[in-house]
Design a protein around this ligand. Structure first.
Ligand SMILES: *Cc1c(COP(=O)(O)O)cnc(C)c1O
Length: 404
Protein backbone atom coordinates (compact mmCIF):
# COMPACT_ATOMS: atom_id res chain seq x y z
CA UNK A 1 0.00 0.00 0.00
CA UNK A 2 1.12 3.53 -0.76
CA UNK A 3 1.70 5.26 2.56
CA UNK A 4 2.88 8.83 2.02
CA UNK A 5 3.37 9.47 5.76
CA UNK A 6 5.78 6.58 5.93
CA UNK A 7 7.51 7.56 2.70
CA UNK A 8 8.09 11.11 3.95
CA UNK A 9 10.10 9.70 6.86
CA UNK A 10 12.62 8.40 4.34
CA UNK A 11 13.56 11.98 3.36
CA UNK A 12 15.38 13.89 6.13
CA UNK A 13 15.10 17.22 4.32
CA UNK A 14 11.29 17.13 4.48
CA UNK A 15 11.57 17.95 8.20
CA UNK A 16 13.24 21.26 7.44
CA UNK A 17 11.92 24.58 8.60
CA UNK A 18 12.39 27.31 5.98
CA UNK A 19 11.85 30.94 6.93
CA UNK A 20 10.08 29.80 10.07
CA UNK A 21 7.67 27.48 8.23
CA UNK A 22 7.74 23.76 7.42
CA UNK A 23 9.27 23.26 3.98
CA UNK A 24 6.84 22.62 1.14
CA UNK A 25 9.05 21.39 -1.67
CA UNK A 26 7.36 21.78 -5.06
CA UNK A 27 10.48 22.16 -7.20
CA UNK A 28 10.84 18.48 -8.01
CA UNK A 29 11.14 19.09 -11.75
CA UNK A 30 14.42 20.93 -11.07
CA UNK A 31 15.75 18.30 -8.71
CA UNK A 32 14.20 15.71 -6.45
CA UNK A 33 14.98 15.19 -2.79
CA UNK A 34 17.19 12.38 -1.58
CA UNK A 35 16.08 9.53 0.67
CA UNK A 36 18.28 8.51 3.60
CA UNK A 37 19.11 5.17 2.00
CA UNK A 38 20.71 6.97 -0.97
CA UNK A 39 22.59 9.39 1.32
CA UNK A 40 23.80 6.40 3.35
CA UNK A 41 25.12 4.65 0.27
CA UNK A 42 27.37 7.64 -0.46
CA UNK A 43 28.58 7.85 3.16
CA UNK A 44 29.17 4.09 3.15
CA UNK A 45 31.27 4.30 -0.02
CA UNK A 46 33.55 7.04 1.33
CA UNK A 47 33.69 5.47 4.78
CA UNK A 48 34.45 1.90 3.75
CA UNK A 49 35.58 1.26 0.20
CA UNK A 50 36.60 4.49 -1.51
CA UNK A 51 39.03 3.49 -4.28
CA UNK A 52 39.46 4.04 -7.99
CA UNK A 53 37.69 1.48 -10.16
CA UNK A 54 38.80 -0.89 -12.92
CA UNK A 55 42.44 -0.26 -12.01
CA UNK A 56 43.74 -1.80 -8.84
CA UNK A 57 44.16 -5.42 -7.94
CA UNK A 58 43.60 -4.46 -4.33
CA UNK A 59 40.48 -5.38 -2.40
CA UNK A 60 39.02 -1.91 -2.04
CA UNK A 61 39.33 -1.23 -5.75
CA UNK A 62 37.61 -4.50 -6.51
CA UNK A 63 34.80 -3.75 -4.08
CA UNK A 64 34.30 -0.32 -5.62
CA UNK A 65 34.41 -1.75 -9.15
CA UNK A 66 31.88 -4.43 -8.27
CA UNK A 67 29.48 -1.95 -6.70
CA UNK A 68 29.78 0.42 -9.67
CA UNK A 69 29.24 -2.34 -12.23
CA UNK A 70 26.31 -3.70 -10.20
CA UNK A 71 24.75 -0.24 -10.44
CA UNK A 72 25.13 -0.37 -14.21
CA UNK A 73 23.23 -3.66 -14.23
CA UNK A 74 20.50 -2.20 -12.02
CA UNK A 75 20.12 0.62 -14.53
CA UNK A 76 20.10 -1.85 -17.43
CA UNK A 77 17.34 -3.88 -15.76
CA UNK A 78 15.33 -0.81 -14.80
CA UNK A 79 15.23 0.46 -18.39
CA UNK A 80 15.16 -3.05 -19.84
CA UNK A 81 18.20 -2.51 -22.06
CA UNK A 82 19.24 -5.68 -23.82
CA UNK A 83 22.91 -5.43 -22.82
CA UNK A 84 24.66 -3.84 -19.84
CA UNK A 85 27.29 -2.22 -22.10
CA UNK A 86 24.50 -0.25 -23.74
CA UNK A 87 24.37 1.77 -20.50
CA UNK A 88 26.98 4.54 -20.38
CA UNK A 89 27.50 6.45 -17.16
CA UNK A 90 27.60 10.20 -17.73
CA UNK A 91 27.41 13.25 -15.50
CA UNK A 92 23.74 13.71 -16.45
CA UNK A 93 21.30 14.41 -19.25
CA UNK A 94 23.24 17.39 -20.57
CA UNK A 95 26.45 15.37 -20.81
CA UNK A 96 24.63 12.45 -22.44
CA UNK A 97 23.11 14.67 -25.14
CA UNK A 98 26.43 16.38 -25.83
CA UNK A 99 28.08 12.99 -26.16
CA UNK A 100 25.62 11.93 -28.86
CA UNK A 101 25.58 15.33 -30.60
CA UNK A 102 29.35 15.31 -30.73
CA UNK A 103 29.40 11.76 -32.09
CA UNK A 104 27.13 12.71 -34.97
CA UNK A 105 29.63 15.29 -36.25
CA UNK A 106 31.29 12.71 -38.48
CA UNK A 107 27.98 11.15 -39.53
CA UNK A 108 26.25 14.26 -40.94
CA UNK A 109 26.91 16.30 -44.04
CA UNK A 110 25.76 19.65 -45.41
CA UNK A 111 22.01 19.65 -46.10
CA UNK A 112 21.17 16.73 -43.81
CA UNK A 113 18.25 17.50 -41.53
CA UNK A 114 17.74 16.92 -37.84
CA UNK A 115 14.47 17.50 -36.00
CA UNK A 116 13.80 18.94 -32.56
CA UNK A 117 10.52 19.91 -30.92
CA UNK A 118 9.42 23.32 -29.65
CA UNK A 119 8.92 21.71 -26.25
CA UNK A 120 12.56 21.09 -25.42
CA UNK A 121 14.86 22.00 -22.58
CA UNK A 122 17.82 24.13 -23.70
CA UNK A 123 20.08 21.14 -23.16
CA UNK A 124 18.19 19.30 -25.90
CA UNK A 125 18.46 22.29 -28.26
CA UNK A 126 21.84 23.96 -27.95
CA UNK A 127 24.11 20.89 -28.45
CA UNK A 128 22.25 20.20 -31.72
CA UNK A 129 22.59 23.78 -32.90
CA UNK A 130 26.31 23.43 -32.26
CA UNK A 131 26.25 20.19 -34.27
CA UNK A 132 24.58 22.06 -37.16
CA UNK A 133 27.29 24.72 -37.03
CA UNK A 134 29.98 22.05 -37.26
CA UNK A 135 28.37 20.05 -40.06
CA UNK A 136 26.11 22.31 -42.10
CA UNK A 137 23.08 20.20 -41.16
CA UNK A 138 19.73 21.96 -40.82
CA UNK A 139 17.63 22.06 -37.65
CA UNK A 140 13.85 21.71 -38.12
CA UNK A 141 11.34 22.32 -35.35
CA UNK A 142 8.09 20.47 -34.60
CA UNK A 143 5.60 23.11 -33.48
CA UNK A 144 3.21 22.79 -30.55
CA UNK A 145 -0.46 23.49 -30.01
CA UNK A 146 -1.90 25.86 -27.38
CA UNK A 147 -2.43 22.89 -25.08
CA UNK A 148 1.32 22.29 -25.16
CA UNK A 149 1.28 19.18 -27.30
CA UNK A 150 3.42 18.34 -30.30
CA UNK A 151 1.52 18.63 -33.55
CA UNK A 152 2.10 15.21 -35.05
CA UNK A 153 0.95 16.21 -38.56
CA UNK A 154 3.61 18.95 -38.53
CA UNK A 155 6.18 16.38 -37.49
CA UNK A 156 5.14 14.09 -40.35
CA UNK A 157 5.58 16.95 -42.79
CA UNK A 158 9.14 17.55 -41.59
CA UNK A 159 10.20 13.94 -42.03
CA UNK A 160 11.94 12.96 -45.27
CA UNK A 161 14.86 10.93 -46.52
CA UNK A 162 17.03 13.92 -45.55
CA UNK A 163 16.14 13.42 -41.86
CA UNK A 164 19.02 11.80 -40.01
CA UNK A 165 18.10 12.32 -36.39
CA UNK A 166 15.11 13.29 -34.22
CA UNK A 167 15.35 14.30 -30.55
CA UNK A 168 12.38 15.03 -28.30
CA UNK A 169 11.64 14.82 -24.63
CA UNK A 170 9.48 12.13 -23.14
CA UNK A 171 7.90 14.59 -20.70
CA UNK A 172 8.14 18.39 -20.87
CA UNK A 173 9.78 19.86 -17.76
CA UNK A 174 7.83 23.11 -18.17
CA UNK A 175 4.36 21.98 -19.21
CA UNK A 176 4.29 18.39 -18.01
CA UNK A 177 3.10 17.10 -21.40
CA UNK A 178 3.73 13.39 -21.82
CA UNK A 179 4.67 12.99 -25.47
CA UNK A 180 3.51 10.02 -27.57
CA UNK A 181 7.11 8.89 -27.89
CA UNK A 182 6.36 5.44 -29.26
CA UNK A 183 4.58 6.95 -32.23
CA UNK A 184 7.30 9.59 -32.66
CA UNK A 185 9.99 6.89 -32.63
CA UNK A 186 8.16 4.74 -35.20
CA UNK A 187 7.78 7.67 -37.55
CA UNK A 188 11.47 8.60 -37.25
CA UNK A 189 12.44 5.03 -38.07
CA UNK A 190 10.07 4.95 -41.05
CA UNK A 191 12.42 7.41 -42.84
CA UNK A 192 15.56 5.74 -41.52
CA UNK A 193 16.37 8.44 -38.92
CA UNK A 194 17.84 7.74 -35.50
CA UNK A 195 16.00 9.04 -32.45
CA UNK A 196 17.07 10.24 -29.02
CA UNK A 197 14.57 10.59 -26.18
CA UNK A 198 15.35 13.05 -23.39
CA UNK A 199 13.93 11.22 -20.39
CA UNK A 200 15.14 13.65 -17.71
CA UNK A 201 11.61 14.61 -16.76
CA UNK A 202 9.88 11.31 -17.50
CA UNK A 203 12.08 9.00 -15.42
CA UNK A 204 10.94 10.38 -12.04
CA UNK A 205 7.33 9.43 -12.92
CA UNK A 206 7.42 6.65 -15.49
CA UNK A 207 9.43 3.45 -15.94
CA UNK A 208 10.41 3.39 -19.61
CA UNK A 209 11.23 0.19 -21.47
CA UNK A 210 13.81 1.10 -24.10
CA UNK A 211 13.36 -2.12 -26.06
CA UNK A 212 9.62 -1.74 -26.16
CA UNK A 213 9.99 1.91 -27.20
CA UNK A 214 12.68 0.89 -29.70
CA UNK A 215 14.46 4.25 -29.31
CA UNK A 216 18.10 4.50 -30.38
CA UNK A 217 19.14 6.65 -27.42
CA UNK A 218 17.51 7.42 -24.09
CA UNK A 219 19.05 9.82 -21.55
CA UNK A 220 18.35 10.91 -17.97
CA UNK A 221 19.84 12.37 -14.77
CA UNK A 222 19.92 10.60 -11.41
CA UNK A 223 19.22 13.76 -9.43
CA UNK A 224 15.66 14.01 -10.72
CA UNK A 225 14.79 10.52 -9.51
CA UNK A 226 15.99 10.55 -5.90
CA UNK A 227 19.67 10.10 -6.77
CA UNK A 228 22.62 12.48 -6.39
CA UNK A 229 23.68 15.29 -8.74
CA UNK A 230 26.55 14.82 -11.17
CA UNK A 231 25.56 11.42 -12.51
CA UNK A 232 23.22 10.17 -15.20
CA UNK A 233 23.09 7.77 -18.06
CA UNK A 234 23.02 7.36 -21.77
CA UNK A 235 21.32 4.30 -23.14
CA UNK A 236 22.27 3.61 -26.73
CA UNK A 237 21.61 0.65 -28.98
CA UNK A 238 24.85 -1.25 -29.37
CA UNK A 239 25.00 -0.67 -33.14
CA UNK A 240 24.70 3.09 -32.64
CA UNK A 241 27.23 3.25 -29.83
CA UNK A 242 29.65 1.35 -32.03
CA UNK A 243 29.09 3.83 -34.85
CA UNK A 244 29.79 6.90 -32.71
CA UNK A 245 33.40 7.90 -32.06
CA UNK A 246 34.53 8.47 -28.45
CA UNK A 247 33.54 11.80 -26.93
CA UNK A 248 36.45 12.48 -24.60
CA UNK A 249 39.91 10.99 -24.61
CA UNK A 250 41.76 9.93 -21.51
CA UNK A 251 42.31 7.09 -19.13
CA UNK A 252 39.85 4.21 -18.88
CA UNK A 253 38.60 4.58 -22.48
CA UNK A 254 41.58 3.05 -24.29
CA UNK A 255 42.68 -0.43 -25.26
CA UNK A 256 46.26 0.51 -26.10
CA UNK A 257 48.12 3.81 -26.30
CA UNK A 258 51.28 4.54 -28.26
CA UNK A 259 52.32 7.82 -29.83
CA UNK A 260 51.72 6.28 -33.25
CA UNK A 261 48.21 5.08 -32.64
CA UNK A 262 45.74 4.59 -29.82
CA UNK A 263 42.99 2.02 -29.94
CA UNK A 264 39.82 2.47 -27.96
CA UNK A 265 38.30 0.27 -25.33
CA UNK A 266 35.11 -1.69 -25.96
CA UNK A 267 31.70 -0.48 -24.86
CA UNK A 268 30.82 0.96 -22.43
CA UNK A 269 34.34 2.14 -21.48
CA UNK A 270 34.96 3.79 -24.84
CA UNK A 271 32.66 6.59 -23.63
CA UNK A 272 33.80 6.68 -20.01
CA UNK A 273 37.10 8.54 -20.03
CA UNK A 274 38.64 9.46 -16.70
CA UNK A 275 37.63 8.67 -13.15
CA UNK A 276 33.85 8.76 -12.98
CA UNK A 277 31.51 9.77 -10.19
CA UNK A 278 31.87 6.39 -8.49
CA UNK A 279 29.78 7.01 -5.37
CA UNK A 280 27.22 8.78 -7.56
CA UNK A 281 26.88 5.81 -9.89
CA UNK A 282 26.41 3.46 -6.96
CA UNK A 283 23.87 5.80 -5.38
CA UNK A 284 22.01 6.05 -8.71
CA UNK A 285 21.46 2.29 -8.49
CA UNK A 286 20.24 2.60 -4.91
CA UNK A 287 17.83 5.37 -5.93
CA UNK A 288 16.32 3.15 -8.62
CA UNK A 289 15.97 0.31 -6.10
CA UNK A 290 14.24 2.70 -3.72
CA UNK A 291 11.77 3.94 -6.33
CA UNK A 292 11.08 0.44 -7.56
CA UNK A 293 10.29 -0.64 -4.01
CA UNK A 294 7.60 2.04 -3.89
CA UNK A 295 6.58 1.00 -7.40
CA UNK A 296 6.12 3.18 -10.45
CA UNK A 297 2.43 2.27 -10.85
CA UNK A 298 1.87 3.56 -7.31
CA UNK A 299 3.94 6.66 -7.97
CA UNK A 300 2.05 7.43 -11.20
CA UNK A 301 -1.37 6.92 -9.64
CA UNK A 302 -0.62 9.01 -6.56
CA UNK A 303 1.01 11.83 -8.50
CA UNK A 304 -1.99 11.94 -10.82
CA UNK A 305 -4.17 12.49 -7.75
CA UNK A 306 -1.93 15.38 -6.67
CA UNK A 307 -1.95 16.81 -10.19
CA UNK A 308 -5.76 16.71 -10.43
CA UNK A 309 -6.19 18.15 -6.97
CA UNK A 310 -3.62 20.93 -7.51
CA UNK A 311 -5.06 21.81 -10.92
CA UNK A 312 -8.61 22.04 -9.56
CA UNK A 313 -7.57 24.20 -6.59
CA UNK A 314 -5.42 26.53 -8.67
CA UNK A 315 -8.16 27.06 -11.25
CA UNK A 316 -10.43 28.35 -8.47
CA UNK A 317 -8.11 31.38 -8.20
CA UNK A 318 -9.39 34.30 -10.23
CA UNK A 319 -7.18 35.40 -13.11
CA UNK A 320 -5.04 32.29 -12.95
CA UNK A 321 -4.03 30.58 -16.18
CA UNK A 322 -2.37 27.18 -16.51
CA UNK A 323 0.04 26.59 -19.39
CA UNK A 324 0.14 23.02 -20.62
CA UNK A 325 -3.26 21.36 -20.56
CA UNK A 326 -2.51 18.15 -22.35
CA UNK A 327 -4.71 15.26 -21.24
CA UNK A 328 -1.65 13.10 -20.84
CA UNK A 329 0.36 15.01 -18.28
CA UNK A 330 2.91 14.46 -15.51
CA UNK A 331 2.61 16.25 -12.14
CA UNK A 332 3.97 19.60 -13.27
CA UNK A 333 1.83 22.76 -13.25
CA UNK A 334 3.01 25.98 -14.87
CA UNK A 335 0.83 29.03 -14.32
CA UNK A 336 0.58 32.79 -14.12
CA UNK A 337 -1.83 35.19 -12.48
CA UNK A 338 -3.08 38.07 -14.58
CA UNK A 339 -1.10 41.26 -14.06
CA UNK A 340 1.47 39.77 -11.68
CA UNK A 341 5.07 38.87 -12.47
CA UNK A 342 5.80 35.20 -11.65
CA UNK A 343 9.00 36.12 -9.81
CA UNK A 344 7.06 38.26 -7.30
CA UNK A 345 4.78 35.37 -6.36
CA UNK A 346 7.73 32.99 -6.10
CA UNK A 347 9.58 35.36 -3.76
CA UNK A 348 6.61 35.90 -1.46
CA UNK A 349 5.72 32.26 -1.12
CA UNK A 350 9.37 31.41 -0.44
CA UNK A 351 9.02 33.54 2.68
CA UNK A 352 6.24 31.12 3.62
CA UNK A 353 8.50 28.08 3.25
CA UNK A 354 7.33 27.06 -0.23
CA UNK A 355 9.83 26.15 -2.93
CA UNK A 356 8.62 26.57 -6.52
CA UNK A 357 10.50 27.59 -9.60
CA UNK A 358 9.82 30.81 -11.47
CA UNK A 359 11.22 31.87 -14.83
CA UNK A 360 11.61 30.22 -18.21
CA UNK A 361 12.69 26.80 -16.84
CA UNK A 362 15.43 26.49 -19.49
CA UNK A 363 12.73 26.50 -22.17
CA UNK A 364 12.71 30.00 -23.65
CA UNK A 365 11.06 28.86 -26.91
CA UNK A 366 7.98 27.77 -24.91
CA UNK A 367 7.83 31.19 -23.23
CA UNK A 368 8.10 32.87 -26.63
CA UNK A 369 5.31 30.66 -27.94
CA UNK A 370 2.95 31.77 -25.17
CA UNK A 371 4.39 35.32 -25.27
CA UNK A 372 5.14 35.38 -21.55
CA UNK A 373 8.34 36.16 -19.62
CA UNK A 374 8.06 33.08 -17.49
CA UNK A 375 5.73 31.05 -15.29
CA UNK A 376 5.45 29.83 -11.76
CA UNK A 377 6.01 26.08 -11.81
CA UNK A 378 4.85 23.75 -9.09
CA UNK A 379 6.03 20.20 -9.63
CA UNK A 380 4.90 17.40 -7.34
CA UNK A 381 6.61 14.21 -6.31
CA UNK A 382 5.26 11.07 -4.66
CA UNK A 383 6.36 12.38 -1.25
CA UNK A 384 4.19 15.51 -1.50
CA UNK A 385 0.69 15.70 -0.02
CA UNK A 386 -2.68 17.33 -0.63
CA UNK A 387 -2.19 19.17 2.64
CA UNK A 388 0.93 20.76 1.21
CA UNK A 389 -1.08 21.77 -1.85
CA UNK A 390 -3.58 23.48 0.47
CA UNK A 391 -0.76 25.39 2.18
CA UNK A 392 0.59 26.36 -1.22
CA UNK A 393 -2.80 27.56 -2.49
CA UNK A 394 -3.30 29.69 0.64
CA UNK A 395 0.16 31.20 0.13
CA UNK A 396 -0.51 31.99 -3.53
CA UNK A 397 -3.77 33.69 -2.55
CA UNK A 398 -1.95 35.72 0.08
CA UNK A 399 0.74 36.75 -2.42
CA UNK A 400 -1.96 37.70 -4.91
CA UNK A 401 -3.67 39.94 -2.36
CA UNK A 402 -0.38 41.64 -1.50
CA UNK A 403 0.53 42.26 -5.14
CA UNK A 404 -2.79 43.41 -6.52
C1 LIG B 1 16.47 18.73 -16.15
C2 LIG B 1 16.29 18.49 -17.58
C3 LIG B 1 17.39 18.46 -18.45
C4 LIG B 1 18.79 18.74 -18.01
O1 LIG B 1 19.23 17.85 -17.03
P1 LIG B 1 20.61 18.08 -16.29
O2 LIG B 1 20.54 17.16 -15.11
O3 LIG B 1 20.67 19.53 -15.89
O4 LIG B 1 21.70 17.73 -17.25
C5 LIG B 1 17.14 18.18 -19.78
N1 LIG B 1 15.90 17.94 -20.23
C6 LIG B 1 14.83 17.95 -19.43
C7 LIG B 1 13.48 17.65 -19.98
C8 LIG B 1 14.99 18.23 -18.07
O5 LIG B 1 13.91 18.26 -17.27
Amino acid sequence: MFDVKKIRKDFPILKRIVNGKPLVYFDNAATSQTPQIVIDSIVEYYSNYNANIHRGVHTLSQEATNAYEEARIKIQKHFNAEKSHEIIFTSGTTHSINLVANGFTSLLKIGDEIIVSALEHHSNIVPWQMLCERTGAILKVISISLTGELIIEEYEKLLSDKTKLVFVNHVSNTLGTINPVKEIIEKAHSVGAAILIDGAQATPHIKPDVQELDCDFYVCSAHKLCGPTGVGMLYGKEEWLNKLPPYQGGGEMIAEVTFKKTTYADLPYKFEAGTPNISGGIAFGVALDYMNTIGFENIEAYEKELLDYGTKKLLEIEGLKIYGTSKNKASVISFNIKGIHPFDIGSIIDKLGIAVRTGHHCTQPIMDFYKIPGTIRASFSFYNTKREIDIFIAAVLRAKQMLE
